[in-house]
Each structure stands twice: as structure tokens, then as C-alpha cells.
Ligand binder design. Structure first.
Ligand code: C2E
Ligand code: MG
Ligand code: MG
Length: 267
């Protein structure tokens, strides 16, 4: 068992040396078209091996490294969009996850804008994923979300339905998308009550003109239930795992996305 402290020292070193990587998980429409990507951090530690972001993000948050990590993600994603663009690869909006631990809104926006300019990326090519809990518990983020949206970034609420939500916030905030959490999607075919809850969330989004996406879709049954509800956007292993940049190029070039035959294996 590796200790937290040891992991934090290794992570600090990996961040210094730019040894983290980004992988990209496709988001697809009901017609099978890739409509976006989610950038997910990957750390293959040379000493310990693969370490999940579910493990190292909290370590980065607890040990004062999360802002360096977010800066790394912003720069890598903007550079990646620019490289794909130069190589003629189809570009779709790329979502970045942000942590609100030790978060400095002004620095975050200026880092984003600085990288957009440096890599010639447009704000509408970047989506910002904010978890439901952080969005629901911090009044001060209303002005951040307003600023980001007026600059042209796409705003998504992540992991919706399991955090501490205050439904009225959804109506108050200028949100473009809402991602229904995987834990609800996984119970769609086993719990009528959870299915009713998901239907309600979906219908509320439709009324408020917010796009709704089902996260963590793993089976055809889940796709069918969500499609019957009217859901038009999906993300999950059923369509594709997160892909390296090279795997994404192959995916977007070759995959017959409409038959969902896109299960390229990666971390
Ligand atoms: P998230 O933002 O909700 O990301 C989705 C997670 O669900 C990813 O795990 C993805 O690989 C996984 N996933 C997607 N489809 C399926 C599916 O069909 N089945 C199952 N079982 N899992 C699926 P990952 O990459 O391990 O990331 C976990 C969490 O770590 C993310 O949850 C996000 O909160 C955080 N994270 C990852 N990368 C970053 C980052 O760059 N910055 C920040 N702040 N957080 C990150
Ligand atoms: Mg996310
Ligand atoms: Mg999520």
C-alpha cells in the first residue's frame, strides 16, 4: 500500500516534468455522430503504474497541486485542439473538468484566455464541466459561470442527480448542458423509481432549454430507455472508452459510429 504522502511527492514530480497525459472520451448524438469529447487526466507512474484520477485528483486537491494540474489540462487541451486542427482532424468541443478546491476564478479565466490566444482556439471549442455539488453550494460561482458563458464557453453541470442539488439553481444559472450521473443511468433498467427521476430531470432540461446527456452508458438497454425518454446525447463505454490522441484520430477517421462499433480499449 502506497502512502498518500509518497503519492503526493510522485505527483508533484510528474506535474513538474509534464508527465501526465490527457485522454479524450467521445460524447455521441442519437444519430451516432461524435459531438464532443471529455478530456480526462491520465497518470502512468513509472514506479507504481496506472493511478486513477479518482485517486490522484483528491491528492492534488489536498496537497496544493490542483491549480497546477488544471493549468496543465488547459494548456494540453488547447495545444491538442490546435494540433488536430493543423492535421485536418475533425474538431468537436472538448470538455475540461474543473475542481473548486483552492479555486481562483480570475486566475482561471485569465489562464483560459491566455491559452486560447496562444493556440488560436475559440471559446466555443471548450466546454467547462462543473460538478453539481460545487455549483450548488457556492453562490460566488454565479458570476464566474456568467463570465465564462458571456465569453462563449459551453457550461455543463457534471454528475447531476447524486450531489447536493438545489433545483432552482438550474433555472437561475446560464447552463448549456446537464450530465446525468452514471449511478442513475446504471439503475434505469432495475429501478422504476430511478427511471422516473431520470425522466423528470430530462423533462426539466427540455423545458429550460438545457441539453441533457446520459453519462456512463454501458448497454443497449440503457440507450433504448434514454432514447425513449427523448434523450439525444450519450457518453459511456458502450460507445467508447476514453482514447489517447492517436486513438481518437483513428476513431474519428475509421469508426462506423452509427453502429456503435467504437469500443477501442484504453485506460
Ligand atoms: P467525470 O468527470 O464524471 O468523468 C467520467 C468518468 O467516468 C471517467 O473516469 C470515465 O472514464 C468514466 N466513465 C465513462 N463512461 C463510463 C462507463 O460507461 N462506465 C464506467 N464504469 N465508467 C465510465 P475517470 O477518467 O477515472 O475520471 C474520474 C473522475 O476524475 C472524473 O469524473 C472527474 O471528476 C475526475 N477527473 C478526471 N480528469 C480530471 C481532470 O483533468 N481535472 C479534474 N479536476 N478532475 C478530473
Ligand atoms: Mg466530467
Ligand atoms: Mg461525470
Amino acid at each position: 500500500m502506497v502512502e498518500q504522502h509518497e503519492l503526493s511527492v510522485l505527483l508533484d514530480d510528474a506535474l513538474d516534468k509534464g508527465k501526465l497525459e490527457m485522454h479524450y472520451q467521445p460524447k455521441v448524438s442519437n444519430t451516432g455522430k461524435c459531438i464532443g469529447l471529455e478530456a480526462l487526466a491520465r497518470w502512468n507512474c513509472p514506479i507504481i503504474g496506472y493511478i486513477s484520477p479518482a485517486v490522484f485528483i483528491p491528492i492534488a486537491e489536498e496537497h496544493g497541486m490542483i491549480n497546477r494540474l488544471t493549468d496543465f489540462v488547459i494548456q494540453t487541451v488547447c495545444q491538442q485542439i490546435s494540433n488536430w486542427e493543423n492535421d485536418g482532424v475533425i474538431i468537436v468541443p472538448v470538455a475540461i473538468n474543473i475542481s473548486f478546491v483552492d479555486f481562483k476564478p480570475k486566475k482561471f479565466i485569465s489562464k483560459l484566455v491566455q491559452n486560447l490566444i496562444e493556440f488560436n482556439v475559440k471559446p466555443e471549442q471548450i466546454e467547462i464541466e462543473i460538478t453539481e455539488t460545487s455549483f450548488a453550494t457556492n453562490e460566488e460561482y454565479l458570476s464566474l459561470i456568467n463570465s465564462l458563458q458571456s465569453l462563449g464557453f459551453i457550461i455543463s453541470i457534471d454528475d447531476f442527480g447524486v450531489g447536493y442539488s438545489n433545483l432552482s439553481r438550474i433555472a437561475d444559472y446560464p447552463i448549456d448542458k446537464l450530465k446525468i450521473d452514471r449511478s442513475l443511468i446504471s439503475q434505469l433498467t432495475t429501478s422504476e423509481r430511478k427511471k422516473a427521476l431520470v425522466q423528470t430531470i430530462h423533462d426539466l432540461c427540455e423545458t429550460l432549454n438545457i441539453k441533457c446527456i446520459a453519462e456512463g452508458v454501458e448497454t443497449q438497454e440503457q440507450v433504448t430507455v434514454m432514447s425513449d425518454m427523448g434523450c439525444k446525447e450519450f457518453q459511456g463505454f458502450y460507445f467508447s472508452k476514453p482514447l489517447s490522441s492517436q486513438q481518437y484520430i483513428k476513431y474519428i477517421d475509421n469508426a462506423d459510429v452509427s453502429t456503435h462499433n467504437t469500443n477501442i480499449k484504453s485506460n
